[in-house]
Design a binder for this molecule. Sequence first.
Ligand code: ADP
Length: 447
Amino acid sequence: MFQKVLIANRGEIALRAIRACKEMDIKTVAVYSTADANAIHVKLADESVCIGPPDARHSYLNIAAILSAVEITDAEAIYPGYGFLAESPNFAEVCEECGIKFIGPKPEALALMGDKIKAREIMRGVNIPLLPGSEKEVEKETEARKLAADIGYPVIVKAAAGGGGKGMKVVHSPVALTSALLMAQTEAAHTFGDHRVYLEKYLDKHRHIEIQILADNWGNMVHLGERDCSIQRRHQKLLEESPCPGVVDEALRQDMGQAALTAAKAVNYSNAGTVEFLVDAKRNFYFSEMNTRIQVEHGITEMTTGVDLVKSQIELAFGQNLTLDQDSIQLRGHAMECRIYAEDPETFAPCSGVITAYHAPGGLGVRVDSAAYERYCISPYYDPLVAKLIVHADDRLSAIKRMQRALEEYIIEGVSTLIPFHLKILKDESFLRGDFYTQLLDKYFTS
Ligand code: ADP
């Protein structure tokens, strides 16, 4: 096994990786920006290296600084987490060239799935169901109009390099298409440095359901069931649960699981990954994208399957065989995660500042993945996620009750958080019935 791993990330996911390494007797190196000098991942790692100023472009995204940190600490592998460089084919390739193990898939798989136009083309080739849409980049207004007329409005303009719900525009009529195309291209160029966009049929009522997979370097793969991530605001996930209530039965789980494995095989995928699908009211599922990294919401799958996904990532990157087979994966009980962001619960505006009082909930079936503590400063430079509150219980209703009491127990003072909003979701009638679509939260806010 690796002797020493460098964690090229911050916050709760850096902590998550340190925890896995400690349990595997692997030494850890934390990297940090000057804004994170007092961060808990820095304190808990065996060694730490400052890699630059608060602006992530000059620290957590600075490949040269990270590789220098590897060199001075003699780390053998890099754990990328999510965000920052986790899905960068260039970073994975540079690591490979320098003889450092990138704990994730091969650069080729990152490149193929990171380009959503290319990914659609590959999925089409292996008969994974797709929503009607572009076969290539849509560049000009005339092409967009023709395509939109063929597939029928509403359509959605999406960025080829898209992520985090950014660069998407829903279009209901030809009049709105021109500006939507231009806006999506501009936003995509600005956010991702890649202006290319494509068009897809907009699926009005749908659930976002994703399948977790694990794959070794020799093509052995398993799926670990689904996560329902339909509770979103502005196309960003807020609350996730597994199994998916009201839609996925064992037959659909196996069908989607098989489709996810076919998708992964098509790009020679290795390590942990997630295949995302949109599922319509008639329970038809369509490939949406593949996330080639650990997901924020991986913890709920760990709770229902008992598989440590981060440890698995490290073992698989080291070159171990997958020890799980499909029959050994049994889902147990119900797990749910609330993403506690430091945001105003009415306007969702991010709130940076110092946490003046902090007490995390606990008790049976409660897990808190967080890097926060009393006097921790939520920095305006990074994602304002304070904690992932995860619960596990025998059934969905018990999980909801457990989540409710855990949210009520949580004390975070000094910054506003989404705790009151999560409590509202847990009381929502449609949510309680398990009968909802991705628009469920739209009624709670106007902008
Ligand atoms: P990102 O990589 O930016 O997260 P995704 O492709 O995963 O983008 O889409 C994010 C969310 O946007 C999905 O969960 C879904 O709710 C919505 N979405 C994406 N494509 C469509 C579509 N064709 N029709 C309706 N909603 C969509």
